[in-house]
Design a protein around this ligand. Structure first.
Ligand SMILES: CC(C)(COP(=O)(O)OP(=O)(O)OC[C@H]1O[C@@H](n2cnc3c(N)ncnc32)[C@H](O)[C@@H]1OP(=O)(O)O)[C@@H](O)C(=O)NCCC(=O)NCCS
Length: 375
């Protein structure tokens, strides 16, 4: 038993559960020192993924080599493709991507090697493979043939290409790319912490990422971005939204896409992506959900002091780009795998088993009656 004084914070709120050099939210979100606001303006997701995994922004040749390695990993083993073809079409894509990462472990030559070099290789491969799995399951579950990747395209453009087989317009690619940048990393959120807990037992990277996907799926975490469009549709439109949201609050419902454990006055990422969501909606010729969202934002700020998180504009952006709702959290996975992997490598570099204590709330000590005496 530890002699440390008992510290208890429900949901671990405010608890410093470890050290990280990957990102910080103190003084504004920064990845490896770079403000996310600047990364979203001046970099691409491919550069940011490199930054998270390798520790520094790439130079041109480094980026080209990295993109080549990631693109060459954009293939799935045949048994995984078969699995994606045969699992029920109604399987949530989040479950399909979780199973995919687990299956990919069986075919990765480095699965059991926990050295930094092997983990980096595995992380780069997952970066290439996960979007292929998401797009393949999307196509197969809709009865469509899988579209091979385009090795000349970066992560954002290639994913959109693999969904439909046509090259997406540059504005759509940029908006999607920015969403991936903003989703890539966020210090000790629930799924990242999950990944760190798993690898702290000296388990492997694929196990850590599989578990992290399970944690991300919930609607209080990444799953919120899929709930945003349900909510906007339920609100009906700008004319009915105010009444709808007031009723929802009166019923003590949570409004998905609002509130945050660590941002109580607003999430800078939401502000950045909001512009892209608006422009994408304008380009699609349908701004109804943007107008509806504005009404809901106003009511939640004034009534509950609650502000949008990143999932709020992300859900709308993806919808305006014509993407189907069950893809939204898997898209988050495609991006966050960079952050998760960086954390796994960092955890292993300074590992100590993560094993907190609990406060016991069960009965006082009881004697065990043998079965014969229990009746
Ligand atoms: C993210 C979230 C889980 C963080 O919650 P938290 O820090 O644990 O805060 P709590 O759940 O303790 O909530 C504190 C209060 O704010 C309210 N609240 C928080 N988020 C809310 C939301 N989205 N809608 C309505 N009320 C909300 C809670 O009901 C609670 O009110 P109460 O004190 O009257 O019971 C929460 O804001 C939430 O559920 N948001 C919606 C899901 C979402 O968008 N998740 C993505 C996060 S990036």
């Amino acid at each position: 038993m530890s002699a440390a004084p008992e510290v208890y914070s429900p949901g671990l709120e405010g608890v410093i559960a470890g050290e990280t050099a990957v990102s910080t939210i103190t003084g504004g979100l920064r990845y490896r020192g770079y403000p996310v606001t600047e990364l979203a303006e001046k970099a691409t997701f491919d550069e940011v993924a490199y930054l998270l995994l390798h520790g520094e922004l790439p130079m041109r040749a480094q980026l080209a080599d990295f993109q080549k390695r990631v693109a060459s990993a954009r293939r799935l083993p045949q048994p995984l493709l078969e699995l994606l073809r045969t699992i029920p079409r109604t399987t949530p894509p989040m479950d399909a991507v979780r199973s995919s990462v687990s299956v990919l472990a069986h075919f990765d030559p480095d699965t059991e090697d926990n050295s930094p070099a092997a983990n980096l290789r595995k992380a780069e491969r997952l970066l290439g493979q996960i979007p292929v799995a998401v797009a393949a399951f999307y196509r197969l579950s809709n009865g469509l043939p899988v579209i091979p990747d385009r090795s000349d395209l970066g992560q954002a453009a290639n994913f959109l290409y693999m969904l439909r087989g046509t090259e997406p317009p540059p504005a759509a690619v940029r908006a999607f790319d920015v969403s991936l940048i903003l989703y890539a990393e966020h210090e000790f959120n629930a799924s990242t912490f999950t990944a760190r807990v798993v690898c702290s037992t000296e388990s492997d990277l694929h196990s850590a990422i599989t578990a992290a996907i399970g944690a991300l799926k919930g609607r209080l975490h990444g799953g919120a971005n899929e709930k945003v469009m349900d909510l906007l549709r339920a609100a009906g439109g700008p004319e009915t939204a105010e009444e709808w949201v007031r009723d929802a609050l009166a019923r003590k419902e949570r409004v998905m896409g609002f509130g945050h454990r660590v941002y109580k006055t607003g999430d800078v990422r939401a502000g950045i992506l909001k512009e892209y969501a608006r422009r994408a909606a304008e380009a699609s010729g349908d701004t109804k959900w943007e107008e509806t969202a504005a009404v809901i934002e106003r009511v939640l700020a004034s009534e509950k002091n609650l502000f949008p998180n990143l999932d709020w504009p992300a859900g709308r952006l993806y919808y305006a780009l014509g993407l189907e709702v069950p893809l939204y959290t898997p898209i988050f996975v495609m991006s966050r795998v960079a952050g998760w992997s960086a954390h796994v490598m960092e955890q292993l570099a300074h590992n100590r088993l993560i094993r907190p204590r609990s406060r016991y709330t069960g009965p006082e000590v009881k004697g065990v009656k043998p079965l014969a005496e229990r009746g």
